[in-house]
Write a protein that binds this ligand. Structure first.
Ligand SMILES: Nc1nc2c(ncn2[C@@H]2O[C@H](COP(=O)(O)OP(=O)(O)OP(=O)(O)O)[C@@H](O)[C@H]2O)c(=O)[nH]1
Ligand SMILES: [Mg+2]
Length: 686
């Protein structure tokens, strides 16, 4: 591990789903000699996709960490990379955001396909919001149809930044065999993950010259001297161009574009050099606390660590992956968790992670990403310091969950126990949430999408050996009445000894939505004795728990007890309660009852080109469109609509399908509305 911070690079490998990030990380690790043999995603043998869920689904389902040193003649000169392999699937974006908060730069991997560029929009907005230097890697250039120029053009069109090619590929698909480095105007032919200098192919000369001119113009926008040289037609010295390129990329002023094919390893050596030269070390990266004060990354400063990921091993316990912002952390340090009232926690070991492998280290210095063992009460996002040094790091804003399942143990098991295990899964992934549904009382697991929640359930079963069933949450339907009535109900029962007698007259009146059930007595002359009136109310309320249409709770009505009769010997609380219940059951069908369904207000944020598709989709879900705010400066419209909850069970999946994964929505319960027409829905579970 480099002791000199200037030789440390913490880099997030991010990008669109299946863009080839994990394969690329594997190629980088192999190129740098950190692993012997390259693993493969399809065979489930890569360093970073080690979780059984990753292997089963052949995709990354969580963030994972790897490290390597750049191949260099002397180890004292080598750059020490920590690579954070982030899942591309949108459901796992919250996890990516948290892990990126520990990185100083990012490689955005996209396939050589202009049609997929827009899928990175949310990610790019996040990088922009954090002013994180990055480069684009146009990957899978060996695939049939790979289109570097088209992808570059689309990146430049979609992204209002200085996006410029720094390489031009030689060939594409099966002829992809090298690249021209535009800054140095040198061509290279791939030899595995390395490359050897060659001639610029004659047919590429013009293309290279115009792309180089674009690169120099972009760089010159930030360097007056270079601009003068270009205007005067003077060829700028190469070291000036290289120096500017490094400075401007590391300050997030320009975004260079490279070409690669991670699977055969093409372009890897140039990428490693770019990460080394263009990306900032922790010394140059701006780190601030929650109040915007700069934190100096000094090894001899106070220990300040930010938890960016939590990993739970059911046997060996918990690992908290931290970005160390300042100080030197020892393996047995006692730390204060500033996010939790400065609670003291003690490290049980310090590790560097190479995928699932934990390499014990005695200490770590400012700038590094390391894992601390057994900090049981610590969560992702917390700030840890030594000697209770008072500083709090900013939290990454979280998005609300948009998908839920009702979860139940398969075998009879204490619900408290399953909640405890779920709490540990949530500890690992704070984008999940556990809630008790207010009306149905179901245990709900909520997350960022269908796959997110399903994978969490798989993880629960694997790690804690507990089988659960999941189902769409029960829709909390209710019923109400739309007309009034009066009924007379008498319960009279004569058995051997003591009889039963209760007699009530009840009036039913509809109430406005949201008013619930109210009960009133208007008994005159003691025709129903005082002591039995609470039993009548109880009988009414209990009977209203099961409506006459679908068996759902009845609400928004007023019930008046206005007359009745009693028997000196046979009347009792129970007999009045029974009479009242019978009265309710007789009355409800006469009051034009209807089922009420929960209505949810959604706010859908979507790039303008998908707005009409989204409106159509919502209308198809019986949604009532309330309005649309036109595009903000990021090119997003916001559509507001009220939609029946039952229609939204898989909405996040459908919305993403209709919008190339770019639509998002927020929601809240709004009200209950009558279901139009005759009720054909399910009956309530008894
Ligand atoms: N032809 C070709 N295929 C590639 C290349 N890189 C990756 N692949 C294939 O693309 C698929 C996805 O690769 P991954 O490395 O898992 O992609 P990823 O970006 O990590 O995927 P997520 O993390 O799930 O978003 C796998 O089948 C790889 O074998 C490449 O350079 N060329
Ligand atoms: Mg991956």
């Amino acid at each position: 591990m480099a002791s000199d911070i200037s030789r440390v690079r913490n880099i997030g490998i991010v990008g669109s789903h299946h863009g080839g990030k994990t394969t690329l990380v594997e190629a980088i690790l192999a190129h740098c000699g950190a692993i012997g043999r390259k693993g493969s995603v399809t065979e489930g043998t890569t360093t970073t996709d080690y979780e059984p869920e990753c292997i089963a689904h052949a995709q990354s389902t969580c963030v994972s960490f790897a490290h390597c040193a750049s191949p260099s003649s002397s180890s004292a000169q080598a750059i020490d990379f920590t690579l954070v392999d982030c899942p591309g699937f949108i459901d796992f974006f919250e996890e990516t955001k948290l892990a990126l908060s520990g990185c100083d730069a990012a490689v955005v991997v996209i396939e050589g396909d202009p049609g997929r560029v827009s899928q990175t929009q949310m990610l790019l907005e996040f990088l922009e919001s954090r002013k994180m230097p990055h480069l684009f890697l146009v990957n899978k250039m060996d695939r049939p149809g790979a289109d570097f120029a088209g992808t570059l053009e689309e990146l430049q069109r979609c992204y209002s930044r200085h996006v410029v090619a720094e390489q031009w590929p030689i060939g594409a698909a099966e002829t992809f065999k090298g690249y021209v480095d535009l800054a140095s105007r040198k061509a290279f032919a791939y030899e595995g993950t390395s490359a050897k200098e060659t001639q610029i192919p004659a047919e590429l000369q013009d293309r290279v010259e115009s792309a180089r001119a674009q690169l120099l113009e972009a760089i010159a926008d930030f360097d007056d001297h270079l601009m003068e040289e270009l205007l005067e037609g003077v060829e700028p010295p190469e070291d000036e161009v290289q120096k500017d390129l490094c400075a401007e990329c590391s300050h997030d002023q320009i975004v260079p574009v490279l070409a690669a094919a991670g699977l055969p390893g093409y372009g890897v050596s140039a990428l490693v050099q770019a990460m080394e030269k263009w990306f900032p070390s922790p010394l140059d990266a701006e780190q601030v606390d929650a109040e915007g004060r700069r934190i100096e990354p000094k090894p001899d400063g106070p220990v300040i660590a930010h938890v960016i990921k939590t990993i739970i091993h059911p046997q060996s316990g918990k690992l908290s992956v931290v970005r160390l912002l300042s100080g030197t952390l020892k393996a047995d340090a006692t730390l204060a968790n500033i996010s939790k009232n400065s609670e003291k926690v003690r490290s049980a070991g310090l590790y560097r992670l190479q995928g699932k492998k934990q390499e014990a280290i005695p200490e770590a210095a400012a700038g590094s990403i390391v894992a601390i063992a057994r900090l049981e009460s610590v969560s992702t996002g917390d700030t840890l310091t030594e000697n209770a040094f008072k500083v709090l790091l900013p939290r990454v804003p979280a998005s609300e969950p948009v998908f839920a399942v009702a979860i139940k143990p398969k075998e009879r098991m204490d619900e408290a126990k399953i909640s405890q295990m779920l709490a540990r899964i949530i500890d690992e992934d704070p984008a999940l949430r556990l809630e008790r549904a207010p009306i149905t009382n179901e245990l709900l697991l909520l997350g960022s999408g269908e796959q997110h929640v399903n994978i969490a359930v798989e993880r629960l079963t694997r790690k804690f050996k507990v089988e659960v069933t999941t189902a769409p949450p029960t829709i909390p339907y209710q019923e109400t009445i739309t007309a009034g009535t009066e009924v007379h109900s008498r319960y009279k029962h004569q058995t051997g000894g003591h009889g039963q007698f209760g007699d009530v007259w009840l009036r039913f009146q509809p109430r406005d939505r949201g008013n619930g059930v109210t009960f009133e007595e208007q008994i005159v002359g003691g025709v129903v004795p005082r002591q039995f009136i609470p039993a009548v109310e109880k009988g009414v309320r209990e009977a209203l728990m099961h409506g006459s249409v679908g068996g759902y709770p009845v609400t928004d009505l007023h019930v008046i007890l206005f007359d009745g009769a009693y028997h000196d010997v046979d009347s009792s609380e129970q007999s009045f309660k029974t009479a009242a219940g019978m009265g309710v059951r007789e009355a409800l069908p006469k009051c034009n009852p209807v089922v009420l369904e929960p209505i949810v207000r959604v706010r859908v944020t979507v790039p303008t080109q998908y707005t009409s598709a989204v409106i159509q989709q919502l209308t198809g879900k019986r949604g009532q469109i309330l309005g649309m705010s036109p595009a903000d400066k990021t090119g997003h419209d916001v559509v507001e609509a009220d939609v029946p909850q039952v229609e939204l069970a898989r909405y996040i999946t459908e919305l993403r399908t209709a919008t190339q994964g770019l639509g998002t929505y927020a929601w809240r319960h709004e009200r209950f509305d009558p279901v139009p027409g005759k009720w054909t829905g399910p009956k309530a579970a008894v």
